[in-house]
Write a protein that binds this ligand. Structure first.
Ligand SMILES: [Zn+2]
Ligand SMILES: [Zn+2]
Length: 249
């Protein structure tokens, strides 16, 4: 069942019954990287139903020391759709990981997310305002080739906007003939860079972001073509820094 993090009135039994016709079961949890702010509601219906002009809203800060305490509830898909109908445009439902590790939905300010990013050499700098809709780890052969790694890690948004601060002219793109596979990169250092895909979809490689964003991958995709060497990576030894070089003198 989907999980929904609530820090507000949905934690009251009466509000749960009024909204969903039943009491919800949930456990206490904490959301990091957000604060609770306020927005002014202009939607007539919400104004009438709530009787309040100002509503609390989750605002993204990216600072993991900012914490919001609340409850994670189990809801059904149809209850989630119902909650979507109630929320006005200022709110956007996004998937996050709570402090306890639960993957849950939150309603956050749709304009609050601001991400900064850059390439390795620093020629290209950009800002993204808005929220991401999904975050896919793609294991297809094209993504293996163009990243030189096990998978690509791309964030997608239909609504977020990108503003280039420097080096937009240094961003080159390659589209594999006969496919929709496109890669944008800095022509000086080769770093993966954001691009606009079909239908205006903004695609941002997660690794080029400098903002410490509390983003959680939505899914691994195209796993049927996973590289053989990436199947059991959980068992590989880990070093916090570089390992001692074998045979170094
Ligand atoms: Zn560069
Ligand atoms: Zn791919």
């Amino acid at each position: 069942m989907p999980l929904l993090f609530s820090y507000g009135t949905l934690q009251q039994k009466g509000v749960q019954v009024a909204n969903f016709g039943r009491e919800l079961s949930g456990i206490s949890d904490t959301l990091q990287g957000y604060v609770v702010g306020e927005i002014e509601i202009r939607d007539e219906r919400v104004l009438r139903e709530s009787g309040k002009a100002k509503h609390p809203i989750l605002q993204f800060t990216g600072n993991m020391k900012d914490e919001v305490h609340g409850t994670v509830f189990e809801v059904t898909e149809s209850e989630l759709a119902q909650a979507d109908d109630y929320e006005v445009e200022d709110y956007k439902r996004i998937s996050v990981r709570s402090k306890s590790g639960a993957q849950c939905w939150i309603y956050a300010e749709s304009k609050s997310a601001e991400y900064a990013g850059s390439c390795l050499c620093g020629a290209v700098r950009f800002e993204v305002s808005g929220a991401f809709d999904s975050f896919y780890l793609c294991h297809c052969r094209y993504c293996q080739k163009d990243t030189g790694s096990a998978h690509a890690a791309n964030l997608f948004s239909q609504s977020a906007r990108i503003k280039w601060q420097s080096g937009e002219e240094a961003v080159s793109s390659f589209t594999l003939p006969g496919t929709r596979h496109t890669k944008s990169f800095c022509k000086f250092c080769g770093s993966a860079m954001p691009s606009i895909a079909l239908a205006g979809m903004l695609v941002v490689p997660a690794g080029c972001l400098d903002t410490n964003a509390a983003l959680v991958p939505t899914a691994h995709i195209c796993t049927s073509s996973k590289a053989d060497w990436s199947l059991e990576l959980g068992h590989v030894p880990q070093f916090e820094g570089l390992p001692e070089l074998q045979g170094a003198r």
